[in-house]
Design a protein around this ligand. Structure first.
Ligand SMILES: [Zn+2]
Length: 242
């Protein structure tokens, strides 16, 4: 099979599209559909997978889970009617409400990064958890003996100021050399074979494969829920207006 083309890397807003079936595999009571290209986001980079359905005129496949492995996207789920054969042309339908929230939550994590930069807080970004059940971003650094609630309020204000500027998200594809030339390290969590992409708000870029809002005003507003030390890091718990 050919590697799956990741259409969501190029167009983070597209929810409907077409693809061709490469293979359908039954495994442990579930079915896995492999396509030549997909709009479905596979879990990774701190962002949950998309759900939705894949259809033809005679078959419907409910996508319950989406995973990335060795260049391939695995659409995992069940046929509720009919079945696909290799070579079938199919329609992709990404569940819009779930994706919309994931885009807003992921972009919110980047807004926290930008807010810290603007406030000259020298924490080094680590992992992000952009899940709806309690999103946070972690940094290497020290909270010291600062007034935590004052700092929390200051970061929150900076985030909302950034949202008010309504910056447009810009994406740029680069190779590994170009990424390093721009001063970024190759993300250690980058899966082999995945394209390298930088997500920019103005001149603030973060190498990232997630899906983002087109304009930061889509976040409406943000809260910083908590600042706390976490296993040698600082965890900044945040949320977007729901
Ligand atoms: Zn990201």
């Amino acid at each position: 099979m050919e590697p799956t083309r990741l259409l969501y890397m190029e167009d983070m807003a597209a929810l409907e599209g077409t693809a061709t079936v490469q293979e359908v595999v039954d495994l442990e009571g579930k079915t896995i559909v492999f396509l030549d290209q997909t709009l479905f986001y596979a879990q990774g980079g701190g962002q949950p997978y998309d759900k939705g359905s894949i259809t033809t005129d005679s078959a419907t496949f409910e996508v319950e889970e989406v995973r990335y492995m060795d260049g391939m996207i695995k659409h995992i789920g069940h046929f509720t009617s009919g079945r696909f054969a290799s070579g079938d042309a199919v329609q992709l339908h990404v569940e819009p409400v779930r994706r919309a929230l994931h885009r807003r939550l992921h972009s919110g994590g980047h807004v926290v990064d930008l807010a810290l930069k603007r406030l000259d807080i020298p924490w080094i970004p680590g992992k992000g958890y952009h899940f709806p059940d309690g999103p946070y971003v972690e940094y290497a650094g020290s909270l010291g003996d600062q007034d935590r609630d004052a700092l929390r309020a200051e970061i929150e204000k900076a985030c909302n100021d950034i949202i008010a500027e309504n910056i447009t998200t810009r994406i740029e594809f680069v190779d590994a050399d170009e990424l390093q030339k721009r001063g970024f390290a190759i993300p250690p969590t980058l899966a082999p074979g995945k394209p390298l992409r930088i997500v920019y708000y103005g001149d603030f870029g973060v190498p990232c494969g997630g899906t983002h809002v087109s304009e930061l005003a889509d976040l409406r507003s943000m809260t910083i829920r908590k600042l706390k030390p976490e296993g040698g890091n600082i965890r900044v718990a945040y949320d977007v207006e729901r």
